[in-house]
Design a protein around this ligand. Structure first.
Ligand code: IPE
Ligand code: IPE
Ligand code: MG
Length: 243
């Protein structure tokens, strides 16, 4: 399948249902997160094989800090462990890693911060697939951050270049104040595990994205689910407000 030909450049995924997957099997919730790794690497390989240019995955939200400290600690450990074990393999396959979110947050362990920076640097010249990890990500925070940058710039440069901060400038350039300006808006959003909500994910970028909510729990997500959503996508007519 050539996703580019089908018109899909960017797929975003809310990987949900790890906890339920584990609870169903009478395991600890953390076992569900560990089981999700397999689904994630399959999804990345599938993206590479089918000529996808951008894949964004929601790994940890700004609201996920409210979970038990054991679960939060596990998720922090797990996110760096995955990078340590997997980045070489995906680097060789031409994957460029990007991280979006409030990455300066003091609650994120220093080791995670260092690994994320290093991984971005090591893979910066890769071109096969842009893999975006939304980590400590929340849309509200991303938008507040953008507004803060604009307000600060306005305050700082007002006397020199007030012309820069016209409404037109903001409309045309708002994207440049977001975490990853070159990231195109997703064509397709997949949320697993049956919930039909966005949970503070890419609210600005999903304005005209086709939304797919499927029941599969994230650790069980596989190629078939991918093919099914692409088939569904092909049936949809994207109108962007046009008649
Ligand atoms: C998604 O699975 C993974 C993260 C939020 C990190 P959940 O942990 O939310 O799984 P459920 O929704 O409780 O089943
Ligand atoms: C969204 O899932 C966050 C991630 C998948 C990382 P949640 O499970 O945290 O969302 P809610 O709580 O069901 O809205
Ligand atoms: Mg959940």
């Amino acid at each position: 399948m050539d996703l580019k030909e089908i018109g899909i450049e960017h797929v975003a995924i809310i990987m949900d249902g790890n906890g339920r997957w584990a609870t169903e099997k009478e395991l600890d919730r953390t076992a569900g997160h560990a089981a999700g790794e397999h689904a994630l690497s399959k999804a990345i390989n599938w993206a590479i094989e089918n000529n996808l240019k951008w894949l964004t995955v929601y790994a940890f939200s700004t609201e996920n800090w409210t979970r038990s400290s054991e679960e939060v600690d596990f998720l922090m450990f797990f996110n760096r462990d995955i990078l340590i074990r997997r980045r070489e393999e995906f680097h060789e396959k031409g994957v460029k890693f990007n991280f979006i979110g409030d990455l300066k947050d003091r609650r994120i362990p220093e080791e995670n911060k260092k690994l994320m920076k290093e991984t971005e640097y090591i893979t910066k010249d890769n071109e096969k697939l842009n893999l975006v990890f939304a980590f400590n990500y929340g849309s509200h925070k991303e938008i507040h951050n953008a507004v803060h940058k604009i307000a600060f710039g306005h305050y700082f440069y007002l006397k020199l270049s007030a012309w820069l901060f016209t409404k037109e400038h903001i409309e045309e350039n708002f994207k440049n104040y977001m975490y990853l300006p070159k990231m195109p808006n997703p064509d397709l959003l997949i949320r697993t595990a049956g919930e039909k909500r966005l949970s503070n994910f890419l609210l600005y970028q999903l304005s005209y994205t086709e939304l797919m909510f499927i029941d599969t729990l994230w650790p069980d997500f596989d190629e078939n689910d991918f093919y099914n959503v692409v088939e569904e996508y092909k049936q949809r007519v994207r109108k962007y407000g046009n008649a």
